[in-house]
Design a protein around this ligand. Structure first.
Ligand code: SAM
Ligand code: SF4
Ligand code: SF4
Length: 380
């Protein structure tokens, strides 16, 4: 059997075709971009590693991502210089927010150096970027101060439950919840806030943690977001039955913790906001708010302003895309920054992705096993 199709090598993208050709049409450069559906480019997510110290079943199931799994060799990864060079052109095209992700971004050696370089970039208005990072929190207590010192603004921490046994089984490496809570505490202490907490809800696995998690974070200055379990990648065995729709999460919370719907705080926001209500039925701002991210049951593609740069420099226009555009080959050629900016502009100008809106029709047409890029490769 060829290595390509060995059971231990999960193709991250459909290998029958290479990366998508980069369109050559001239695009405004630099400057604010609009795709074919009129959506601006505002948010860049950069995956800095495809490795992780957790094995969450919904993302990197142990049976596949085991000791024989072939991770990307170091030479394939974008260097920090390459990442910054690409990021600079995105910022010149209107990006205001950069999120570092992975895999587990805190596993990338010397991540603070990358953060320091990205923190020096300025938006088209001359303001610093909203520079953030999503982490599983395992290394956060150790690294929070260095991240803050390097110029990171804030963090989002993934936490799928407070019950230690549930949490250990969700991360599938027996990692104790207390250590993540300690990391969150430390991040808050050093000023990496406002902190967001992401909880992926999987039916029958951690849905009993919905109310305890809400109670725990209510009244803190942290915003807990409940994420619908998504059909990303091709390895997590996703089934619609495992998804608890956000509407059901809200309903479950409402029975104990009255909530009211809040306006979005900015365009393109992925989470719908709900505030805790006081006895008068208005928002109790001291109690705070929660968010729900309904990527499965309520598509939010119409104002999706996010681009994703994979660990090896492929640009993905949608979390559910099966192919990316190879920006690494540009930065490893003798192309100029201007060429790079033009390529990014052309790619975004031709974007028409809206997977979540088309999901139901696609699944009916092609079956649930449509091969897509893994979340650990392009990041959440
Ligand atoms: N390792 C880091 C972490 O877990 O925070 C960053 C990368 S992880 C891929 C980014 C986010 O994607 C996490 O909040 C994770 O819970 C979420 N995620 C991963 N797989 C998912 C899935 N199948 N459905 C919904 N969210 C998912
Ligand atoms: Fe690792 Fe994050 Fe994926 Fe969990 S969700 S396996 S922590 S990359
Ligand atoms: Fe954006 Fe794709 Fe998600 Fe729609 S499905 S919101 S286009 S990432």
């Amino acid at each position: 059997m060829s290595e390509r199709f060995s059971p231990k090598v999960v193709p991250l993208v459909d290998l029958r075709a290479g990366p998508l050709p980069i369109p050559v049409a001239a695009a405004p450069t630099p400057g604010l971009l609009r795709d074919t559906l009129g959506r601006n480019l505002r948010d860049l997510r950069i995956s800095v590693t495809d490795r992780c110290n957790f094995r969450c079943g919904y993302c990197m199931p142990k049976e596949i991502f085991d000791k024989d799994y072939h991770y990307l060799p170091h030479a394939s990864l974008l260097s920090f210089e390459e990442i910054v060079r690409i990021a600079r052109q995105f910022v010149n095209h209107g990006v205001q927010k950069i999120r570092l992700t992975g895999g587990e971004p805190l596993l990338r050696k010397n991540i603070e150096i990358l953060i320091e370089k990205l923190a020096a970039l300025r938006t088209l208005d001359g303001t610093p970027l909203d520079l953030t990072l999503t982490t599983n929190g395992a290394l956060l207590a150790r690294k929070a101060q260095a991240l803050k010192d390097a110029g990171l603004r804030r963090v989002t921490v993934s936490l799928d439950g407070l019950n230690d046994a549930v949490f250990r089984s969700m991360n599938d490496v027996d990692f104790p919840v207390a250590d993540v809570l300690n990391g969150i505490h430390k991040a808050r202490e050093v000023g990496l806030g406002p902190i967001k907490i992401n909880m992926v809800v999987k039916r029958g696995v951690n849905d009993q943690e919905i109310v305890p998690m809400a109670r725990h974070f209510k009244g803190s200055d942290m915003v807990l977001r409940f994420i619908e379990y998504m059909d990303v990648g091709a390895t997590n065995g996703w089934r619609m039955d495992d998804v608890i729709p956000s509407a059901a999460v809200i309903q479950r919370l409402q029975t104990e913790l009255p909530l009211l719907s809040l306006e979005p705080s900015q365009p393109g926001e992925t989470a719908q906001r709900w505030g805790y209500a006081n006895a008068a039925g208005t928002h109790d701002t001291a109690a705070g708010e929660i968010g729900v991210i309904s990527s499965v049951t309520q598509a939010f593609c119409s104002d999706c302003n996010r681009a994703r740069l994979s660990t090896e420099g492929q640009l993905y226009l949608c979390l559910f895309a099966s192919h990316g555009y190879d920006l690494r080959s540009i930065v490893r050629s003798d192309a100029s920054d201007q060429d790079l900016a033009t390529a990014i502009g052309s790619i975004w100008s031709g974007r028409s992705d809206r997977y979540s809106e088309l999901r139901s029709a696609l699944i009916a047409e092609t079956g649930a096993a449509v091969r897509r890029v893994e979340m650990s490769y392009i990041g959440g």
